[in-house]
Structure formats: structure tokens, C-alpha cells
Write a protein that binds this ligand. Structure first.
Ligand SMILES: *[C@@H]1O[C@H](CO)[C@@H](O)[C@H](O)[C@H]1NC(C)=O
Ligand SMILES: *[C@@H]1O[C@H](CO)[C@@H](O)[C@H](O)[C@H]1NC(C)=O
Ligand SMILES: *[C@@H]1O[C@H](CO)[C@@H](O)[C@H](O)[C@H]1NC(C)=O
Ligand SMILES: *[C@@H]1O[C@H](CO)[C@@H](O)[C@H](O)[C@H]1NC(C)=O
Length: 608
């Protein structure tokens, strides 16, 4: 600070002047801190809107603030990705001076420093009382992208879950608390803005007011952000030990950037203790947002339960989905209004927000959750169902600490010729089933974690990724399922475009044929039922045997196969580049994907 100059120069002779100057510079420092603290304080507590609408007597302060912006607030991110620049600047001073002013002390004494209200378990009741009340007309949502207003960067919230498994917040205060409310959100990857959680508790006497507690939120960016500007994230609200009502867990939460601004979102807190069942179903499937026109969705076979996110779904597919929804086999959740550009600003429609939303949504309803795409099926080789396979493995090895089972990826390129058995199909629906039509796959499987998919016990997982689990509840891990037990069948076109991929070494794999009859019958029934209602397109007729296929499969064993010696072209760099392009090309394979015939559906049906 400028005052330091007082100590140097030629004024050594006059100790009195020196002392005076030192005092003055001390006063300047104090004043600077006071003004700075005031600015910070107004920023946090008094200024309502960025528009500068002044509230009550704070208009003068509001004027001071015009044109001023706080440097990026110091955050405490969890992960290494957040660069050092995010810590720069205000660290320390911000907390201290807010503390001073909140306590109404006139500053100057370093010993009088009080904690930042962000460090408190919750805002003191005197401050809470001055914050806007909840507008009872504000809609309570449980799955809808809504903006957090007054932020400098885009900030959206989707859903909220009570989580009492670990203190996800990591701070000692939270560790002793009741747990956290996790809000599935999307915002800036680096240096996300500070936000607050306004927790709304139900009044037990039925009064039409909602008691509130406000806590500082912690923004935890979901690790798979691909270095894009925005990421899916968790906004973590540590619950205070003292609840203002008999309910320990709030009914809803609003995420706000400015405390004095009226909340614009009111999200239902799910996974409350009373909503959890002891009787979980076995397996659910989560599918990332559908963001293509899915009109040639010929048959969508009900799985045990499938959760999908509706971004852009074509009419016929939407109709079929509604049918499955009415049978409670499918949940379609809206995925609109996430105003971030896919791939340029955020990874694939906020895929990781969807995965984690589905993870938490399923947590107390299903024992296992498979996080897959519509063109992927986990097919056990020897067992009939995934649940049988998991049980069988559970009997042979200790899977107590297994939180996830990983399955290696096998591409079944759609450019490879149809299986000759297709000509034996009894119905056009059967002939159209992709899992029966495409039986040639790449011999070489991808290693685990590369394009692999997994089935997890959602209760053991904190943060789900696309190909593997990022974070487990401590003491849990992934089991790599050997490829002779089960693999991931992935039906798609060449991942790098063109047709070259089909030159790689391939194998015929008819494992899916064990589901042939059940699958065909079930799909045919549904197709017939929905054809008129959903104006489903005409199906291609069952192909007839063409002279091109030399060996007739009729009446022969499964061994009948065209023995083409194919040149193995193994491009090594492939693996590295692969992930970059991954989801992009997946999107438009959709028009060729015919079924969501996960055998998991069979699993439940058989168990009942
Ligand atoms: C509570 O307030 C809302 C909005 O003002 C109103 O629509 C509702 O009827 C009220 N409910 C009760 C029980 O008073
Ligand atoms: C998907 O969203 C669109 C647009 O909001 C809506 O019209 C359609 O009914 C939704 N489809 C399903 C299956 O929910
Ligand atoms: C699952 O597969 C294993 C290995 O072939 C077999 O021993 C076991 O009996 C199967 N279990 C069921 C329920 O099919
Ligand atoms: C994907 O398919 C849709 C509908 O057929 C089309 O409008 C869109 O341009 C395609 N996108 C790409 C990247 O090919």
C-alpha cells in the first residue's frame, strides 16, 4: 500500500511526522477496507437486481455500485481441473471484510475478524428475515431446466435430491450435518459463480407460509467436462443441523445468486426418507437425452423401466413413448430449455447432468441401474438376464464392495451385411430387429473404460460418468466383467464416418438369438397395437433369399457362416482419437436403431 513509503526517504530526523504519516496510512488502509467491505456487502446483501432497482434505503449504496464488478469470487472447487487463476485475487480478504461488516464492527482490529456468512452453517435468522419470502405461486418442479437469475454466466438448475450418504461438501461443518441437498445443474466449468440455496421447509400447522433457511452452496463440477465452457454440476446445499420445522429435510430448494432477489426456481427435493421404498425393483435403464428426430423408431421394447430425456423426439417415437409411459415402463422427462449449445458450449446436451439425474432419481427405487444409449445392449453370454448374471457372479466372488460392473464395448457395424437368418423371420417386425439382423461384430473389443458401459448400484455411486463411475461412496469400486460373461453390443455405423471400419477383423456373434422368439413376439404385439394410433411407418417386408447368399441357413445349424478371410487393419491411433468423436456420430445412427430391446425387460417379467 502507498502508506509504506512513509517509512523510507529522508524524514528519519522527524519522528513525529513519521508517526503521523504512519497513523494516516493506517487510517487509509482501514478506510479502504471499509469501503471495499461495504461494496462487497452491498453486492451480497443489499443490491437486488443487476438492473439497479434499489430496495428501501439502500439506493445510495446501489448507486455506488454502478459500473463496479467484483473480481471473480474465490471458489473452492473440488477438482484439479480448476486452474490456479480461479483462486487468484480476493482469497482471504473477501471473507474477512464481509465478516467485519456483518458483525457491525468498525474495523481496524485484526483480532475482531468473524467468519464469512458463507462459512456459517446458515444465515443468521436476523438476515434470513430480511430476505424475500417464497412466492407461493411459483411452480414446484422436479425435472425442468430453469435459470438462476443475476448470474454473469449461464446457470441452470434441473432437479434436487436429498443425499444423506456422505457429506458431499467436504467441509467439516457439513460432515456433521444431516446430509446435503444435491441440485443437478449446469454452469461455467471454471470458476463457477457462488450461489446460495434457499431451503424451504413445510410448516407443520398447515400455514400458507414456508419457513426458510439459507445456506451457501458449493458448486461441484462433474468431471467429464471436455474442457468446454459449461458443464453439468452439482450444486450442493449442506443441510443445517437445526431445522426451523419438524421436518429435517426441506420440501423444496431455490438456487439464487443474489440473496435479495426473489427466487425464480423452486425445486422439489426428492429421495426424502419417507419416499424411499424397502422393496426395490431390480434394474432400470437410463438413456441420455433424445435430441434427434426419432421417427424411424420402429419398435421400442419396454425395459423394466427406462428413463429418457426428451429433447427433440419425433411424432411417431413420441407416441410410442407415451404408450410405454402409460404402462409405467418408461419415464420421459423434459430436457428442453437448457440454453447451451451442444458440443460447443456443453458436452452432448448436458449428457452428464442427465446421467446423474437418472442415477439419483433411481437410487431408492432400483437395485441396479444401467446407463446406456438406445443403440447399446448389455448381453450376457451364458445367462439369460443381467440380473441372473450378477447373481451368479455374486455367488462366486465377493461383490459386497462392488458398486459398478463394467462391460467391454463391441461394435456391430451396421454396414456389415445382415445375418442370413433374417430371411427366416416370420414377421416384418422380427426381420427388422437390429439385434437379430446384425450379428457380425468387431473381434477386438475395446478395453474397459474406453466406450465401455456399466451397471451400477446407484446407492454406492456419488458421481456417474458416461463410461465409468467417477466417484463411489468410499469403499466401493468397479468390477470388470470378463468378456466371456457379457459384453456391450453396440449397433452403429463406422465411428469415423465412411465405410472403412468394416475392414477390421470381425466375428459372428449370435448371442442375442437366444431372445429371438420372446423378443419378436413382444415387439410384434406392441407394433400391431400402436400401428394405427401412432401412424407408424410401413415396415420393409421380410427379405427373401437372394442368390448373393450362397449358403442357405434354413434348417442348418448356427455354425453356417460365410468364411471370409478379412484383412485385419488395426489402426492404432484409433483408440485415442475415438472418444473425441464419440457421441457426435452416435446421434444420427438413431434412424437405424430399431429396438430398445434390452433383455433387462425379460429379467423382470421372468421374476414376477
Ligand atoms: C396458499 O397460497 C396460494 C397462493 O397465494 C393459494 O393459491 C393457495 O390457495 C393458498 N393455500 C392455502 C391452504 O391457503
Ligand atoms: C417431448 O417434448 C415435446 C415438446 O415439448 C412434446 O410436445 C412431446 O409431447 C414430448 N414427448 C414425450 C414423449 O413426452
Ligand atoms: C449363469 O451362467 C453360469 C455360467 O455359465 C451358469 O453356471 C449359471 O447356472 C447361470 N445362472 C443362471 C441363473 O442362468
Ligand atoms: C441428423 O438427422 C436429422 C434428421 O434426419 C437431420 O435433420 C440432421 O441434419 C442430421 N444431422 C447430421 C449431423 O447429420
Amino acid at each position: 500500500m502507498g502508506g509504506r513509503r512513509a517509512g523510507s526517504g529522508g524524514s528519519r530526523a522527524n519522528a513525529g511526522v513519521l508517526k503521523e504519516r504512519a497513523n494516516m496510512s493506517f487510517m487509509l488502509v482501514v478506510m479502504f477496507f471499509a469501503v471495499f467491505g461495504l461494496i462487497v456487502l452491498t453486492e451480497i446483501f443489499l443490491i437486488d437486481e443487476r438492473r439497479g432497482v434499489s430496495v428501501g434505503g439502500t439506493g445510495v449504496l446501489g448507486g455506488h455500485r454502478s459500473g463496479h464488478r467484483l473480481p471473480a469470487a474465490p471458489d473452492r472447487p473440488d477438482y484439479g481441473e480448476v486452474g490456479a487463476e480461479d483462486y487468484a485475487g480476493l482469497k482471504g480478504s473477501f471473507d474477512e471484510h464481509v465478516g467485519l461488516l456483518v458483525r457491525g464492527e468498525d474495523g481496524g482490529q485484526k483480532t475482531a475478524i468473524h467468519p464469512d456468512p458463507r462459512g456459517l452453517p446458515s444465515l443468521p435468522p436476523s438476515l434470513e428475515a430480511r430476505l424475500p419470502q417464497l412466492d407461493q405461486n411459483l411452480k414446484v418442479t422436479h425435472a425442468e431446466w430453469l435459470p438462476v437469475t443475476n448470474t454473469r454466466f449461464k446457470f441452470f438448475v434441473y432437479s434436487a435430491y436429498f443425499d444423506d450418504r456422505v457429506s458431499g461438501a467436504g467441509s467439516p461443518a457439513a460432515a456433521k450435518s444431516l446430509g446435503v441437498v444435491r441440485v443437478i445443474s449446469a454452469t461455467k466449468t471454471r470458476g463457477p459463480e457462488r450461489v446460495w440455496c434457499r431451503l424451504w421447509y413445510r410448516q407443520q400447522n398447515g400455514a400458507n407460509v414456508t419457513a426458510s433457511v439459507t445456506v451457501a452452496a458449493k458448486v461441484k463440477v462433474i468431471r467429464e467436462n471436455w474442457n468446454l465452457k459449461y458443464s453439468a454440476c452439482f450444486v450442493i446445499c449442506p443441510l443445517p443441523k437445526e431445522s426451523p420445522t419438524a421436518d429435517k429435510v426441506p420440501e423444496a430448494v431455490s438456487v439464487v445468486a443474489r440473496l435479495r432477489a426473489a427466487p425464480t426456481n423452486r425445486i422439489l427435493v426428492q429421495n426424502r426418507l419417507e419416499s424411499r421404498t424397502n422393496d426395490k425393483e431390480a434394474l432400470a435403464v437410463c438413456v441420455k437425452p433424445l435430441h434427434y428426430y426419432y421417427n424411424r423408431l420402429h419398435r421400442l421394447l419396454g425395459a423394466t423401466h427406462v428413463t429418457l430425456y426428451n429433447d427433440t423426439v419425433g411424432a411417431a417415437a413420441g407416441c410410442a413413448l407415451k404408450y410405454y409411459e402409460s404402462k409405467d415402463l418408461v419415464t420421459v422427462l423434459p430436457w428442453h430449455h437448457l440454453d447451451m449449445i451442444s458440443q460447443r458450449e456443453i458436452r452432448t446436451e448436458g449428457l452428464f447432468a442427465a446421467l446423474n439425474d437418472c442415477l439419483y432419481r433411481s437410487m431408492y427405487k432400483y437395485e441396479y441401474v444401467a446407463l446406456v444409449d438406445l443403440d447399446e445392449y448389455i448381453i450376457p453370454r451364458h445367462n439369460d438376464t443381467i440380473i441372473d448374471l450378477l447373481r451368479w457372479m455374486g455367488n462366486r466372488i465377493n461383490i459386497k464392495s462392488t458398486g459398478a460392473f463394467s462391460f467391454q464395448n463391441a461394435f456391430f457395424y451396421l454396414q456389415w451385411a445382415d445375418d442370413p437368418f433374417v430371411v427366416t423371420s416370420r414377421t416384418p417386425t422380427e426381420a427388422g430387429l437390429i439385434t437379430l439382423r446384425k450379428t457380425r461384430r468387431r473381434t477386438k473389443l475395446h478395453p474397459h473404460k474406453q466406450r465401455s458401459k456399466y451397471i451400477c448400484k446407484p446407492q454406492d455411486v456419488v458421481e456417474a460418468g458416461n463410461h465409468f463411475v467417477w466417484e463411489f461412496i468410499p469403499g466401493h469400486g468397479t468390477l470388470n466383467v470378463p468378456s466371456d460373461a457379457a459384453i456391450l453390443h453396440h449397433y452403429r455405423v463406422c465411428e469415423f464416418g465412411g465405410d472403412d471400419c468394416i475392414k477390421t477383423q470381425s466375428t459372428v456373434d449370435r448371442t442375442a438369438y437366444k431372445y429371438k422368439d420372446r423378443l419378436a413376439a413382444s415387439v410384434d404385439r406392441t407394433w400391431t397395437e400402436l400401428r394405427a394410433e401412432c401412424s407408424l411407418p410401413e415396415l420393409d417386408p421380410v427379405p427373401v433369399l437372394t442368390p448373393r447368399i450362397k449358403v442357405s441357413p434354413l434348417g442348418k445349424s448356427v455354425e453356417v457362416e460365410v468364411e471370409e478371410e478379412e484383412v485385419e487393419v488395426e489402426v492404432e491411433e484409433e483408440e485415442e482419437k475415438e472418444d473425441d468423436k464419440e457421441e457426435e456420430e452416435d446421434h444420427n445412427t438413431s434412424s437405424r436403431i430399431d429396438t430398445l430391446a434390452d433383455e433387462s425387460r425379460m429379467s423382470l417379467r421372468r421374476r414376477r
